[in-house]
Design a protein around this ligand. Sequence first.
Ligand SMILES: *[C@@H]1O[C@H](CO)[C@@H](O)[C@H](O)[C@H]1NC(C)=O
Ligand SMILES: *[C@@H]1O[C@H](CO)[C@@H](O)[C@H](O)[C@H]1NC(C)=O
Ligand SMILES: *[C@@H]1O[C@H](CO)[C@@H](O)[C@H](O)[C@H]1NC(C)=O
Ligand SMILES: *[C@@H]1O[C@H](CO)[C@@H](O)[C@H](O)[C@H]1NC(C)=O
Ligand SMILES: *[C@@H]1O[C@H](CO)[C@@H](O)[C@H](O)[C@H]1NC(C)=O
Ligand SMILES: *[C@@H]1O[C@H](CO)[C@@H](O)[C@H](O)[C@H]1NC(C)=O
Length: 437
Amino acid sequence: MENFHNLFIFCLQFFFLATCSQKDTIEYDQAIRDGDTLVSSNEMYELGFFSPGSSRNRYLGIWYKNISPQTVVWVANRETPITDSSGVFRIDTNGSLRVILSSNNTSIWSSNLGLVYHTTLHSVAQLLNSGNLVLRTSGEESFIWQSFDYPGDTFLPGMKLGKDLVTRLDRRLTSWKSLDDPSPGPYVSFMDTNGFPQLFEEQQDSVPHLRLGPWNGITLNGMPSLGSNPIFTHEFIFDDKEVYYGYTLVNSSGVTRVYLSPEGNMLRLNWIERTQTWFLYWNANIDICSRYGLCGPYGSCNKNNSPPCSCMEGFVPRNPDEWSASKWSSGCRRRTSLGCQNGDGYRVFKNVKMPDTQRSWYNRSMTLGECETACKQNCSCVAYANIDIRMNGIGCLLWFDDLMDIGTVDESQDLYVRMAVSDLTKYPVLVIIPSPN
Ligand SMILES: *[C@@H]1O[C@H](CO)[C@@H](O)[C@H](O)[C@H]1NC(C)=O
Ligand SMILES: *[C@@H]1O[C@H](CO)[C@@H](O)[C@H](O)[C@H]1NC(C)=O
Ligand SMILES: *[C@@H]1O[C@H](CO)[C@@H](O)[C@H](O)[C@H]1NC(C)=O
Ligand SMILES: *[C@@H]1O[C@H](CO)[C@@H](O)[C@H](O)[C@H]1NC(C)=O
Ligand SMILES: *[C@@H]1O[C@H](CO)[C@@H](O)[C@H](O)[C@H]1NC(C)=O
Ligand SMILES: *[C@@H]1O[C@H](CO)[C@@H](O)[C@H](O)[C@H]1NC(C)=O
């Protein structure tokens, strides 16, 4: 601790001679006191103690070094504010990162979070160019701990929003309570792994507000395409070990972040150097069709229509009075009920935001033909679709419950919905399942 303090003073003395660059690393016997900071070597991110908004509480956090007003991307002691300037950040004797009060050594926050590992005198903590605070054994590449595994309200390039299926680590965003209080607020954004994975935003333990997905090989269903000159590319990784959504900057000097605001808006913001402002690139919650299940089961949402909700063809409002009074949540029912034994058919719907996949079944290598066969063989299968729409489509999704949260999207995404033959005859007939004999 003393060493670093001396070094810090040394730096101050020589600051104007620019002989001392700022540190991005602390070692076992060093500390960051309130007022000191670590700076990533690209000078993009800074770590230290700060007070959010109009609060006077102190928190250990990471922010953009050159952006004003201060924009915080990560907070350590979200729920345990420090009320004075006695906070100290260091590596403790057990090799964890820890924030303590210098006055009485009270522990405020630590990275060990239930993990047990052995004492090491060779631990180093480093603020990487990505804004990731990592703890590792000196000389080793792998991280013992990293702040990217414990996101707050901000999703940065290189982070993973999703789950490690081996360790069960679940990286989700949680809003702040308010701009003055980084403790966890009511909104969360997370990867739901029931059925085929999708991203949800919801109020803690409550109904979804917003659903993005499933991933169709190009984008998450419901997320606008990146356009012709993107500043980032995004990806969806889903294998035996992990499932996550992430994005990467095309030009590493660009600055972009996804932010879950205290009001529950999921925003993508790009920093515009020329105007020194955050530009709102996308507000996931802005259009009416982003509201989960607005049109109820078998209702389809199109933001360009007025009213936005209509029943899918072959379906009629379940409650016509409510429906005509613009209360759509009870949704639609079939014009004619299914009669599996008598044979049903399928009608294709184009440019569809895929229904909620929470109770879906999937196989990522089946063809559309195999998918159709699988749906036909099970009377409770109500719809099928390709998972990946690239290269004429691959993969199979089957739905077994009422189709929820359907909308219109730009991508050529087809959904095949099971219908009674009598309803199909009024419309183009695609497939007739022969009656079993
Ligand atoms: C180190 O771990 C031991 C055993 O779990 C615990 O009693 C001790 O308080 C820890 N030390 C610090 C500085 O956290
Ligand atoms: C805090 O802990 C350090 C190292 O364990 C010890 O030297 C110091 O006396 C303690 N300070 C107080 C106020 O307890
Ligand atoms: C430690 O000191 C802080 C002030 O720096 C005080 O608020 C807190 O109550 C003290 N905790 C204990 C356990 O003495
Ligand atoms: C990245 O952006 C910087 C600043 O806008 C620019 O100077 C640089 O040429 C860009 N690099 C590439 C590879 O586009
Ligand atoms: C998925 O479908 C392929 C092709 O029909 C099949 O070989 C494979 O066993 C299926 N996988 C699962 C998990 O059902
Ligand atoms: C049809 O699918 C449902 C839901 O996956 C399943 O519970 C049921 O066993 C299936 N029935 C047949 C005959 O395969």
